[in-house]
Ligand binder design. Sequence first.
Ligand code: DC
Length: 224
Amino acid sequence: MKKSVIAIDGYSSTGKSSISKIIAEKLGLVHLDTGALYRGVTWFALMNCLDEEGKIDLNKLFSSFSRIDLEFRNNQGELILFLNQDDISKSIRTNEVSENVSFIAKQKEVRDFLLRYQRSLADNGGIIMDGRDIGTVVLPGADYKFFMTASIEERTKRRYQELISLGIEADEKQVMENLMIRDKIDSEREIAPLKQADDAIVIDNTNLTKRETIDEILSYISKI
Ligand code: DC
């Protein structure tokens, strides 16, 4: 029997990825953090596609897709993102990437490039994918769809802690600004904007611990 496909969308720093990872372990599914792919393309652009003023040259990026080989490798249950054989799991979390990723993610060419890869990974089922447009665009036929939200204050706290724990310098005010800008760009873009699928279950975890959020999601998932 084909295993289930679960889509988890929502705002930045609602815990989508870390929660999806634990649910995947519990249910024996593969977990794919699609935000990491957009971050990977952004990292590539910052390294290879800058113009003379140091800005990302989109045409240069679009004509370089054939040179972008993104691959998740399994390291003891943890999926590590590699770009052209280099481990970029830490580089994609830097402020430089966070500040540019929404601009890159709103480009149709980039979304088309990553759409095929994401769908092919879900072909055999047994996957939990988190992102912004999974339930609406990437996997509209997913068996379960969740949409996660939380207050901006709570999300800022979480993102700040995450950066500090990764050894990345951070300022809370800047973190909040970056989250708000990203939410705005992600929600207002023309192609595949961040929005709740009509048939998604909304999970507001402002006042929930990670454990409680996981239990709530699991309570909706019957048999896999
Ligand atoms: O989840 P994240 O913060 O790592 O995502 C980084 C950016 O990628 C986010 O600003 C929006 C974009 N993104 C997207 O547009 N579609 C997805 N499915 C996942 C992420």
